[in-house]
Structures are given as structure tokens and as C-alpha cells.
Design a protein around this ligand. Sequence first.
Ligand code: FCB
Length: 396
Amino acid sequence: MKLEFPKNFLWGAATSAHQVEGGNHNDWSEWEKATGNEESGRACDHYNRFREDFDIAKQLGQNTHRFSIEWSRIEPEEGRFDEKEIAHYQEAINVLRERGIEPFVTLWHWTLPIWVAKQGGWENKKTIDDFARYCDKIVRSLSADEAGLKSVAYWITLNEPEIYTMNSYLRGKWPPASPTSQGGPQKKSFFKFLKVYRNLANAHKKAYTVIHSTWVSDTQVGIAKNNSYFEGWLAPILNWGWNNWFLNRISQHQDFIGLNYYFHNRIKGFKLNQNNNKQVSDIGWEIYPEGIYHVLKDLKKYNKPIYITENGVADAKDIHREKFIKEHLRWVHKAISKGVDVRGYFYWSLLDNFEWDKGFWPRFGLVEMDYKTMERRVRPSAYEYAKIVKENGFEI
Ligand code: FCB
């Protein structure tokens, strides 16, 4: 039996600027130095090799691609916009369009310009206005090409506000935590966590309004939200707090929902993450495809188109990836058959890349990176994914 996906379904892969570009100078690169974390350095040198990478995406039949714009490049100092960097991203978009690949552009994927970090990052309400100004500049610059043709139709304002806020402020393990620059490990603070989370919701709303107030009328704006499938007696509360709170808060300000699905969380007694872990990835994350179905069913209530903006596995040997993709897609298909409006799927990631505090060793890519030679090698599972894309489905 063949599982067919809806007509015009978008198929692609995702990356983010700090993880692939190389040569970034932002709060993360400072934090990497200050904490002795592995440094992102030249990463995949995607900043210079994006043409080659988009050729690979094209060769794999992909018709969409998600990437992010690095705010610290665009506005290295407060109020000073770097037109050369804007032109760089325009070029990346043109190269995608020439290859028939629809760009999904993320405006903030966790990194901040140094001057924003110095003013307190997302703890400071001023950052909301600064972010909106940066979004305005970008959208005005990139929304149409010279011929007046649509250039970017899909904007993702924020990537995973909940993961960022949790790791940075509840767990104190991501920037702004920095033993040297802050005179000691960051204080974990529930109060700051709530404040930053609220500020991010407001930042999204403001950016949403700004983007829609430009002359491009058919632009679609959303966020990428990391939702987990919770099981157990606490599930309803966690579902509300973790999965729904942010989306409820911005419900009048989103044209689509981006879902990043990685986690299942079984609660027993007062303990979280009591999963069976029958299968885990290289970094110990449980592989639990069925969860994506439940998460999608929960999102149905928002009545918005849904794009799976991330889903992927760290698997250096490429032994799980093909099955991982197919199993998740099988559950996505089931959700579609139950009336959930899913319109696209982005595998995380096109390339192996810099996995934040973990450094380079986790290998999420459809394409393997040789970081010494910068050679790209397409993994066998990528060709299997390409078959699915070509067929707009697969046999089960
Ligand atoms: C997500 C992030 C992405 C990548 C994957 C593995 O939470 O959005 O940048 O690190 O996890």
C-alpha cells in the first residue's frame, strides 16, 4: 500500500545560521570561548558554500529549504545595518528560487548580536523593539526581488522559544550563562524564565504585525515550536504549560504553526522522562515516532496549516535514519488522514553541523560533513528520503 501525501506537499531540510555558516561573532561564539565549549568556528563554511549545499538539496529533489538569518551579521552594532550581509541572504534566496526551492526563513534561531546580549538580551523589553526593527529591515529588503516577484513567502520569527528559555534560564546551561563574563555561573531563575518567555511571545506578536504591515500581502508568518508528547497523570498540565501556552498567547498572530518534534515524555509518579527508551539516537534521545501523531492531533484545535519545521536524528552510522524518517512520516500521514492540515516536512538537518553545547560530534545530517576537508558526502538515507520526495509518498 502506498502512503500518498497531499498535492503540493513541501519536502525539504532545515539548518540554522550559527550551526552551519561559520565565522559568526555573536553571544554564542563569546560564550563558547568563555566556557571552553567546543567552538563553532568555521562550522560547515556554509556561508561560502551555500550554492554547493543548495545544489545537493536540489539533487535530492527537495522543493523547500529552511534556514536562518544571523541578526549579528545584519546589525553588528545597534542601528547600523550591513547592506552587504543583506545582499548575501538575498543571493541565498535567489539561488534557492533558481533551483525551484521554496525558502522558509527563520529570523531568530537563538543567537544574539553582542550589543543585544549586553543590554540583557530577551530579559530587556527594549530587545522586543530592536528585534521588530531588524525584522522590518529584513522583510522590506527581502520580500520581493527587483522584478517585484515574491521572494520570501514564509517567515519564522522565532525558533523554539521554550527550549531556549528553559536551557538558558531554568537550567542555566546556555548563554547568557558564562563563568567569566558574568562572574560566576548564571543564576537559574524561574522568574527570569517567565519574563523572557513572555517577552519572546510579545516579540513574536510585534514582529508579526511589522511583517504584515509591509506591502507584501500574502506573506505567511509563524514560529517553530518544539512540542513534546506527554503521557501520564501530569500530561494535561504539561501539555498546557509546555505545548500550548505560547501558542495560545500568540493565537491571533500566526498564519501557520511550525512544529519541531523530537521528544516523548512519560511521567511516572513525580518523575519526568520515564521512557522505555527501546531505541535511542547517538545522543541518547529516545526514538518515538508515534508521538508526532499525538502532538499533531493536539495542534488541530488551532485550525492553522502546520509545517513540520524540524524532525531528525543524530545517527553517525546512518543505521536508523531511513526508518526514523519513514516511521515519523507514517504517523504524520495518519494525522493527515484524521484531518490535521500538515503541509510540509523539513528533516533536521541537511548537513551535519554544530550542535550547540554538544559541539560537532552529533551527526544529524542527510549529508555527512568532513570538517577537515569540508567535503560533503550524501548519506544513503538521504537518497531514500529523495525517493519519498519524488514519489510524494512511499510504500509500506
Ligand atoms: C532543535 C534546534 C536545532 C537543532 C536540533 C537538534 O531543538 O532547533 O537547532 O539543534 O534541535
